[in-house]
Ligand binder design. Structure first.
Ligand code: ADP
Ligand code: MG
Length: 746
């Protein structure tokens, strides 16, 4: 009684204290040992958090019992009934009385055994927990017995002597009325979406890993099972029967391993989805040493690779099974063993990540090759259709579209090149040869090919990527992968630390090169940044041309600029289809720029640089040679998307001057410092707040992007050029050992 009243008064006392009224003296509440039943029920709530956690424990027990067939029946999302039946080794009659007591297990005797334990269970808590929060009935029969036994349990205790009964081989465990004695839990579960889909998901995962076991899962009373797998020797067959043909068809096999005992030892095998697989969300089925677990870090790492290499298929399906020496895995970090902790986790994740990355790239190549064969064989069909190559769909659906296409952009079937297009790119001959023979047909091919996936491996792009991949500076690569970003040292240099060295790194150069590399890697696979107001090319070009020479203001000059702009507009309109298809730069028929590509996720370039970029596209791109054309467009994009200092001066420090309001002059021109002293004196402390806020925002945003987008992305994708070690992009400024020595002397 006394303790009860203390409990209710306590919160009141806290409130009083908060309002700083004189505290009432109160004796500390007495500490007492909780009753065992209370302890058990609290612990049970942790192990069996919701119906799906009970199912997981029961199925794992069945797997531990060497079953080859496991079936699950669920009623009312598991709250009314969970029944798991298996054909495993069964339970001894004499073990039944203690079966559901806490800490009774057949799997572990000594703590040291944990290091090498292979079974999924070992804590002896699951069944006990279930009896504290539900009614448990166990029916079991061992091999060679004439009949089985049935026993019921409550609060860890067997209720009566086991009763003999008829039984089929194995064990059936029934949990009824889960959480009958935990009203709050039951209510929240009843209100929340029911657990059945989670249970189906769980069984699906088990089914594609333990392929020598057949699984089924159905709702009580339903004739059809929602998961139904038969034992097989092919993982792909298992995935097909559980997740469907659409998933299985789009999978590629993946493997990775490491056997250097100094760093990490592991072997990974699995299947991952290719660029054709479009999922609503990522599905990651992960088994570590045959335990179904979750690993957020690995999941994120894989997701990043997908969004970087296959942005359109960035919600992949992943199945991975990782095997490590059991002494490298700590299985005892989570009450339901859902998470495990690994030795050398970071190295393992990194290795798996790069395996995924290279596998995705290679798979693209294979795909295109296959498609090319198909195209060649259907060339006559294409030739008679006189339509674009994606036209496998009924012609009626395209008629309106093809009517709109201007005559000069219509597909021409070159008589010298009857297959039309793909092989012009896919043949092994160097592109220069192709140039000589039929540059015109290549151009028309570029224009009329619409399906980006088919284009993603043009030889010339692959060559450019190969140059990046084969000529990087390995020392710098290591520095970038393992460095810590400290902060910006000035407007261009970031300070980074690697081991005991400090470096200054030029973020403009680095981001420019990173963007260039990513453009080539994402070639023809870009997501779009939609401009809220499409910008007329004419205006953009005129803006850029004016910026180029500020003093030449004459009429004549203006005419000349208009002519240059007009020529560029025509050129870019002509190239619009190619720019859209390969680079995600969309120019509409009215000559407006309306879309730009996503080069790094979550990053949008500084829109103040659009005019310069458009001019650069018009002026600096070499449109005649395919490879140089792609290279120069990628470079123009790289320069545009690079993390340049914002055009508005940095308001922290000297740049603040720029934002002082002048009485008579426009603040945009005030930067030139042409105003009179008198004006300055009169409005000394007044600033153009709006502009100042814009500038502060722009600078803060850039710094954020450098820290949270540039450096993390570089760690994953960047291949530093050899020249960066000597051209001032990376400068080593200090070595900490030397600094420490200096400090020691002080
Ligand atoms: P743990 O799995 O951690 O040992 P449990 O409470 O899950 O603890 O199970 C207790 C024991 O009951 C197991 O060690 C095992 O010997 C036995 N057992 C449970 N389920 C089965 C089953 N389906 N078939 C055979 N034995 C089982
Ligand atoms: Mg168990």
């Amino acid at each position: 009684m006394e303790a009860g009243s203390a409990e209710t008064e306590q919160p009141l006392e806290m409130e009083v204290e908060e309002e700083e009224v004189a505290p009432i003296y109160k004796e500390p509440p007495k500490i007492k040992l909780l009753e065992e039943s209370v302890v058990n029920r609290i612990a049970a709530g942790e192990v069996v958090q919701r119906p799906v956690s009970a199912v997981k424990e029961l199925v794992e027990n069945s797997l531990d019992a060497d079953s080859t067939s496991i079936s699950v029946v669920v009623k009312d999302g598991g709250l009314k009934l969970i029944q798991v039946s298996d054909d495993g080794h069964g339970i001894r009659y004499e073990d039944l009385p203690i079966l559901c007591e806490r800490h009774t297990t057949s799997k572990l005797s000594h703590f040291e055994d944990l290091q090498t334990i292979q079974s999924m269970g070992f804590r002896g808590e699951a069944l006990a927990s279930m009896t504290y929060v539900g009614h448990v009935t166990v029916t079991t029969i061992m091999k060679g017995q004439l009949h089985g036994y049935r026993a019921t349990y409550r609060d860890g205790v067997m209720e009566q002597e086991p009763k003999p009964c008829a039984a089929v081989k194995g064990t059936q465990i029934m949990v009824e009325n889960l959480f009958y004695n935990m009203i709050a839990r039951r209510k929240t579960l009843q209100n929340s979406a029911d657990d059945y889909p989670k249970i189906v998901d769980l069984l699906s995962r088990f089914a594609i890993h333990h392929i020598n076991v057949s699984f089924s899962c159905r709702k009580h009373g339903a004739a059809r099972a929602d998961v139904h797998s038969v034992a097989t020797s092919s993982r792909l067959d298992a995935i097909r029967s559980v997740y469907g043909v659409s998933v299985a068809r789009n999978l590629i096999k993946i493997e990775a391993f490491d056997d250097e005992s100094s760093s990490s030892v592991f072997k990974m095998e699995g299947f991952i989805s290719n660029s054709n697989y479009i999922g609503k969300k990522i599905t990651m089925v992960l088994f570590i040493n045959n335990r179904l677990v979750e690993c957020g870090a690995l999941k994120r790492a894989v997701e990043i690779v997908y969004s970087a290499t296959l942005p359109k298929a960035s919600k992949p399906f992943i199945y991975m099974s990782i095997i490590l020496p059991s002494e490298h895995v700590d299985v005892n970090v989570h009450p339901t063993k859902r998470e495990v902790s690994l030795l050398h986790q970071e190295i393992i994740i990194e290795k798996i990540q790069s395996a995924v990355e290279s596998r995705l790239r290679n798979s693209n190549e294979c795909r295109t090759f296959q498609e090319q064969t198909v195209d060649a064989s259907t060339s006559s069909l294409l030739a008679t259709q006189k339509d674009s190559p994606k036209n496998r769909t009924p012609p009626s659906s395209q008629t309106p579209k093809s009517e709109k296409v201007p005559v000069h952009k219509m597909v021409r079937i070159d008589s010298l090149d009857p297959a039309g297009r793909l092989h012009a790119y896919l043949q092994a001959t160097p592109s220069s040869q192709a140039d000589k023979s039929s540059l015109a047909s290549i151009r028309s091919a570029i224009r009329q090919r619409r399906n980006p996936r088919e284009t993603a491996d043009l030889t010339s792009v692959q060559e450019l990527v190969n140059i990046i991949d084969s000529n990087y500076h390995s020392g710098l690569l290591d520095t970038i992968r393992n460095c810590t970003y400290i902060g910006m040292a000035d407007e261009v240099f970031a300070l980074i630390q690697h081991n005991t060295h400090l470096y200054l790194a030029n973020v403009v150069n680095l981001s420019k090169e990173l963007m260039y590399q990513q453009v080539l890697r994402r070639f023809a696979h870009f997501n779009a940044i939609q401009l809220s107001d499409p910008a007329p090319l004419a205006d953009l070009l005129m803006l850029a041309l004016k910026e180029e020479d500020l003093d030449a203001e004459g009429e004549e000059n203006y005419d000349l600029k208009e002519k240059i702009a007009e020529m560029n507009i025509q050129l870019l309109k002509q190239k619009a289809e190619m720019l859209q298809e390969y680079f995600g730069i969309h120019i509409d028929t009215n000559g407006n720029l309306s879309r730009l590509p996503v080069i790094l996720d979550q990053y949008t370039p500084d829109m103040d640089r659009v005019p310069e970029f458009v001019l650069c596209l018009g002026n600096d791109v070499d449109w005649d040679d395919e490879k140089i054309c792609f290279q120069t467009i990628a470079a123009a994009l790289g320069n545009f998307y690079a993390m340049h200092p914002p055009l508005l001066p940095n308001p922290s420090g000297e740049g603040l001057q720029f934002y002082k309001r002048r009485v008579s002059s426009n603040c945009h021109q005030a930067g030139g410092g042409s105003s009179k002293d008198a004006d300055d004196a009169a409005v000394e402390s007044e600033y153009d707040d709006e502009l100042l806020a814009d500038a502060e925002n722009a600078w803060a945003h850039r710094e954020w992007s450098i820290q949270h987008i540039l450096f993390p992305s570089m760690r994953l994708f960047f291949k530093p050029l050899t020249s960066m070690a000597s051209n001032g992009t990376f400068v080593r400024v200090a070595s900490l050992e030397k600094l420490y020595k200096i400090f020691e002397r002080c």
